[in-house]
Design a protein around this ligand. Structure first.
Ligand SMILES: NC(=O)c1ccc[n+]([C@@H]2O[C@H](COP(=O)([O-])OP(=O)(O)OC[C@H]3O[C@@H](n4cnc5c(N)ncnc54)[C@H](OP(=O)(O)O)[C@@H]3O)[C@@H](O)[C@H]2O)c1
Length: 246
């Protein structure tokens, strides 16, 4: 089996490449360093020649709604056009839990990507993941104000990059789902507690302020917006294990 991984140098892409190779799959890594640009389409036709599966784990340069929507609309359109031309049998996109119901910020961009996958002629699967462990630290950095770190009051199942890559690789070597599978972390936790844990770990303990107007991934969210459904595949690695392994 020949699988193209677009976004192969990224957090998830690099781990997905390793996982697929563990499965004995021939992997074609795609990134700008390999001469392939999903935004312009440059190099895609050549990279996809002879591929049975394309895994798309590219990411936008920003979490802002306009920038990320422009990226995913253009890049996904280019990848799907090249995949159809190359008679690819399975397109796998990595999306985010909540993309179908939130409707703003980065979630809007991921919903646009999912829509393109749903309407292509290429058989597809969408893997929706909950926020990665790394996102907690990013939210803390984005929410830092003079009086403390502002985070929204959210329940989360943060997931490790290794668990997400395992789920993506598993879907990629299986049959197209023509729909969505969800993957999530093993524990349901509060963002304010996770933030306090990260700040302590980084040696900068300080006030964590729950602020219902603080954005997460560019959107103002309801408390349970980011929780997966009951059928989500749960990963093994906890947030505390991840912090300790850094
Ligand atoms: N962060 C979260 O909590 C979360 C949760 C659920 C789902 N996701 C999804 O997970 C996916 C992967 O995220 P990640 O954190 O692994 O991303 P990342 O580490 O930022 O990696 C992004 C990858 O995309 C490639 N890329 C970007 N622009 C490109 C272009 N124009 N042409 C070719 N390649 C390009 C980069 O390669 P080069 O820069 O080397 O070209 C890199 O390999 C994203 O689609 C995201 O929506 C994220």
């Amino acid at each position: 089996m020949r699988v193209v991984v677009a976004g192969a140098t990224g957090l998830i892409g690099s781990r997905t490449v390793a996982r697929l190779r563990d499965h004995g799959v021939e992997v074609v890594p795609v990134s700008r360093g390999e001469g392939v640009d999903v935004s312009t389409g440059q190099g895609l036709d050549r990279a996809l020649r002879g591929a049975e599966v394309v895994v798309d784990v590219t990411d936008a340069p920003s979490r802002r709604q306009e920038t990320s929507t422009a990226f995913f609309t253009t890049a996904t359109g280019n990848v799907l056009k090249a995949a159809a031309a190359a008679d690819v049998e399975h397109y796998v996109a990595l999306s985010v839990v909540g993309a179908d119901r939130i409707g703003s910020g980065y979630f809007r961009a991921k919903a646009a990507q999912e829509d393109l996958a749903r309407h292509t002629t290429v058989p597809y699967s969408v893997v929706r993941a909950t926020p990665f462990h790394e996102s907690v630290e990013a939210a803390a950095a984005a929410g830092t104000r003079p009086d403390g770190v502002h985070v929204p009051p959210l329940s989360l199942r943060p997931v490790s990059a290794d668990d997400v890559a395992a789920a993506v690789a598993h879907v990629a070597v299986g049959l197209p789902q023509f729909g969505v599978v969800e993957t999530a972390g093993p524990e349901e936790l509060r963002l304010e507690d996770l933030t306090a844990e990260v700040l302590n770990f980084l040696g900068r303990p300080g006030p964590v302020i729950t602020d219902s107007l603080a954005p997460f991934f560019g959107a103002v969210l309801e408390e349970r917006d980011l929780l997966p459904g009951p059928d989500a595949r749960l990963g093994h690695h906890t947030f505390t294990q991840w912090l300790k392994s850094r």
